[in-house]
Ligand binder design. Structure first.
Ligand code: HEC
Ligand code: HEC
Ligand code: HEC
Ligand code: HEC
Ligand code: HEC
Length: 366
């Protein structure tokens, strides 16, 4: 067995005498239906630190990818910590530190796990997996690990992500109508990629000497090439200024998706013959919120969603015109589209928002 494990590119933990890895877990309830990944608190009956250390000890490459990913960093992420300091709710900890009890302060050790192996794969002493691809055993843990692999089709689809990637504002009961704080699963359902699982785009196969595995880096837009491929942009001059035609491309939801304050910033500059900037126009494509103060917080409601792939526009081409009144011969234009991760909006409009991070998606001269 150890030979087989080594052949497959994993080194089993030291196991004095026994053939089965001693995962510190409670007895399995065989009749219980598998549960899909969801926010914490974790199931009782296992020690998250010991069990995940055992997973990673055998699945080394996946362990490293996950630790470096935004999943692995979900609790220590400085942007999250800044936002948490403003709104320190158990609600937040349930997703960003799902291996800890959200009702208590998160210990450094459980926080450091972030979203980890058991947060997605663990269900009552079993390890969930998608259906076996060619050459894979029904239960590759059999005779090797105390937690059997259980294969279910749904684990390869959006339900493996839905528990954490779509949720309402925590003040749901105080609202006339619940409002989604993140809506990636609904956006996916309405996209041309509704039949394509999230993992097909977000977990490409990485080749290794051992044959390859599905990436757990969940890189997405942090990768500049992937980011530039998300939109098809056609830019042209018109008699009044500039016209941009924006069409969502290889993207299975709105662009951007996820965190509620993410947005696209479009800027067009009119430039004079001496390279002087004559005029600047901006537009933000986002979920635009109306906020009304309540006794304890601000209640946000979406009033418009003009993101490519978003509720108001869908995956059709969106035409955006920028008109400049004082066009003179010799003038030209520079345009740029950027993804902005907004830390928090500020009074005084879109221009005033505090931006944590910005990446260029496309730019050009006309
Ligand atoms: C003693 C070593 C060992 C331990 C501990 C272990 N695994 Fe595995 N696991 C394997 C081997 C070997 C395979 C089969 C080869 C492969 O897919 O890497 C496997 C297969 C799997 C698969 C199925 C892959 C497929 O075929 O679809 C998943 C999912 C998985 N492990 C997750 C986990 C998780 C989560 C943990 C911790 C709870 C864990 N493993 C603990 C050795 C181990
Ligand atoms: C964010 C959720 C998530 C986390 C965290 C996660 N996995 Fe996975 N894992 C998945 C999904 C989804 C699949 C692929 C299911 C499919 O499409 O068949 C998968 C696939 C796998 C496979 C099979 C790989 C292959 O090549 O088919 C192994 C082994 C595995 N995970 C182990 C781990 C280990 C070990 C950890 C912790 C270091 C971990 N996973 C963390 C969701 C997760
Ligand atoms: C247990 C909860 C949980 C599950 C299940 C989960 N995620 Fe996540 N995911 C998170 C959290 C929390 C973050 C944000 C971490 C941060 O940046 O602070 C995140 C971040 C991400 C990111 C990176 C976002 C960025 O800004 O770069 C991607 C991509 C992602 N998840 C995709 C998936 C997919 C696909 C699945 C299903 C296979 C999945 N996640 C399942 C909680 C989860
Ligand atoms: C057709 C491919 C495709 C499918 C299917 C897909 N995504 Fe994405 N996803 C992308 C691309 C490309 C990006 C990067 C652009 C962005 O940030 O919106 C992305 C971005 C994200 C982000 C934001 C990460 C960031 O870097 O800002 C999250 C979270 C995410 N996807 C989750 C999911 C989930 C959950 C599903 C399934 C319900 C899913 N995706 C389905 C291609 C896809
Ligand atoms: C149901 C799960 C869930 C809850 C509850 C939740 N989050 Fe998140 N959070 C996520 C996911 C998933 C992402 C990744 C989406 C993305 O990156 O686009 C995320 C991303 C973020 C980000 C962006 C991180 C980055 O690096 O860009 C911040 C900040 C954040 N969350 C703060 C909070 C705060 C503060 C709370 C509590 C008020 C909270 N979250 C509650 C799941 C959750």
């Amino acid at each position: 067995m150890i030979g087989l494990a080594l052949l497959l590119g994993c080194s089993p933990p030291e196991r004095p005498g026994g053939a089965i890895a001693p995962l510190p877990i409670a007895p399995i309830a065989p009749a219980a239906a598998p549960t899909m990944p969801r926010p914490g608190p974790p199931e009782p009956g296992y020690d998250p630190i010991a069990v995940n250390a055992a997973c990673i000890d055998c699945h080394r490459a996946i362990g490293e990818e996950n630790a470096a990913s935004f999943h692995g960093q979900a609790h220590v992420d400085p942007i999250y910590q800044t936002a948490l300091a403003i709104e320190p709710l158990p609600f937040c900890r349930a997703c960003h530190a799902p291996e800890a009890d959200p009702r208590q302060p998160v210990s450094a050790a459980l926080g450091a796990l972030g979203v980890t192996c058991t947060s997605c794969h663990w269900s009552q002493g079993r390890v969930l997996a998608g259906l076996a691809s060619a050459g894979r055993a029904a239960d590759p843990h059999r005779g090797l690990v105390a937690a059997p692999v259980v294969r279910i089709e749904a684990f390869a689809g959006p339900s493996a992500c839905a528990g954490c990637h779509e949720f309402h504002f925590p003040d749901g009961r105080a609202r006339a109508r619940p409002e989604l704080m993140q809506s990636t699963i609904s956006e996916h359902r309405q996209s041309p990629f509704a039949e394509v699982g999230c993992g097909s785009c977000h977990m490409p196969t990485v080749k290794t000497v051992a044959g390859g595995h599905r990436s757990h880096a969940f890189a997405s837009s942090r990768d500049p090439r992937t980011l530039r491929a998300t939109l098809d942009v056609k830019a042209e001059r018109t008699s009044a200024g500039v016209r941009l035609q924006i069409t969502p491309a290889a993207i299975g939801h709105a662009m951007p998706t996820g965190d509620l304050f993410r947005r696209l910033r479009i800027e067009v500059e009119q430039i004079g013959p001496d390279m002087n900037v004559v005029a600047v126009k901006r537009r933000f494509l986002a979920r635009h919120f109306e906020s009304r103060p309540t006794i304890t917080s601000l209640r946000r409601t979406v009033v418009r969603d003009d993101r490519p792939g978003g509720a108001d526009v869908g995956h059709e081409t969106q035409v955006i015109e920028f008109a400049f009144p004082d066009l003179a011969p010799g003038h030209f234009f520079g345009w740029r589209i950027e993804l902005e991760r907004v830390l928090h909006p500020a009074p005084g409009g879109d221009e005033k928002a505090v931006v944590a991070h910005r990446q260029v998606i496309g730019e050009g001269k006309l």
